[in-house]
Design a protein around this ligand. Structure first.
Ligand code: NAD
Length: 346
């Protein structure tokens, strides 16, 4: 794999996937997608033509190891020499899982803002348990951001996927290993979403604004790959893992509350967030921003039961990990109770 990632932006770029396969020195691409996006994968296969070796349309949430094994068997049967992943974080995760085991080069064509294509991180599940690893082999060699593909994202998914990406950047601002470069990348990502998101919600087909938001997705993903995440990501993984709450929506609800929790310990680091969004309280500013976009703002609305608050707070506080403010179970319980009820962050 190359150390530099080739990243291109442009409406219609998916039609150049075949050229990118050739550029990698490859001639037999296995195209990956979810069942939901199989038609898009077939269109891509037609575009790639003779360089398409086959399709695997079984990508699933949380990258189950059984799905990776089935896709690898298909890669072997079709004698694939590279992977083209078209989809959100789940499909791109499958490409990364295959690359980890085979070192096949990847072209990623993202259709959400999750940002996985920009990181050397892979999350996978086996026997119901999710583990995460970082390995330079899993980061795709080439990323094609085609604005036409996110133009079809439904408004609700547009907003929650963007807030999921923004959460990577916000936590990077107070990460233990932050530096000037990660601060700049994080703010670049946040600014792009603040500049483009309202426009794409208003006019989903505004391709210039869609490209702005995709630039935000790349920057937020890249900074996620370079920074250690803290309370916010830990809470979202706990809620996703224990209760199966939906990934992007959970990030959207929890972010203002995690920021409020950390404000006392990271006020200086978080100040640029309030400057960007307006106001002087970053947590409130993020809450208002989410509200202005009709984002979900309560865990109850995502299907969490009130009775689950205690055990989730205990689990989130159980394994000590670095966070600007120490993780205290009582305070986490209060945070989750507010997020559950849809109250403003405090
Ligand atoms: P997803 O990939 O699970 O997609 C959700 C659904 O939306 C799927 O059915 C998909 O086919 C569909 N979809 C995707 N794009 C669409 C479009 N443009 N129009 C209509 N439907 C579309 O969701 P996601 O939020 O992109 O990814 C979440 C997963 O990615 C999680 O498992 C998360 O852990 C992982 N992730 C990993 C990293 C990393 O660095 N490893 C970073 C971010 C997210």
């Amino acid at each position: 794999m190359t150390t530099e990632q080739r990243v291109r932006f442009g409406a219609g770029l998916r039609h150049e996937a075949g050229d990118e396969v050739e550029r990698l020195g490859c001639a037999r691409a296995l195209i990956l997608s979810t069942p939901h996006q199989a038609e898009l994968a077939m269109d891509l296969a037609a575009d790639i033509g003779a360089h398409c070796a086959g399709l695997f349309t079984g990508a699933a949430m949380h990258t189950p190891v059984e799905v990776t094994q089935a896709a690898m068997a298909h890669a072997q049967e079709t004698e694939a020499d590279c992977l083209v992943s078209v989809g959100g974080g789940s499909t791109i995760g499958l490409g990364k899982a295959i690359a980890l085991r085979t070192d096949l080069p990847q072209v990623a064509i993202p259709t959400t803002y999750a940002g996985s294509e920009a990181t050397p991180i892979l999350g996978q599940t086996e026997n119901g348990a999710k583990t995460t690893l970082t390995d330079p082999r899993v980061r795709p060699e080439t990323v094609l951001y085609d604005a036409e593909l996110v133009a079809t994202l439904p408004a609700a998914m547009t907003v929650t996927s963007a807030l999921n990406a923004m959460a990577h950047a916000v936590e990077a601002l107070y990460a233990r290993d932050r530096d000037e470069d990660t601060d700049a990348l994080a703010m670049e990502g946040l600014r792009a979403f603040v500049d483009g998101l309202a426009a794409v919600v208003e006019t989903p087909g505004d391709l210039a604004a869609r490209e702005t938001t995709q630039r935000g997705a790349w920057a937020c993903g890249a900074v996620l790959g370079r920074s250690s995440m803290a309370l916010h990501h830990k809470l979202c993984h706990t809620l996703g893992g224990m209760l199966g709450l939906p990934h992007a929506e959970t990030h959207a609800v929890v972010l203002p509350h995690a920021v409020a929790y950390n404000m006392g310990a990271a006020a200086r680091e978080l100040a640029p967030v309030a400057e960007l969004l307006g106001g002087d309280d970053p947590a409130r500013a993020l809450w208002d921003f989410a509200g202005s976009l009709d984002a979900p703002r309560s865990l109850r609305g995502l299907g969490m039961e009130e009775g689950d608050i205690d055990r989730c707070a205990a689990a989130a506080a159980a394994n000590p990990y670095w966070n600007p403010r120490p993780v205290e179970e009582d305070a986490i319980r209060a945070l989750l109770a507010r997020a559950w009820a849809g109250e403003a962050p405090a």
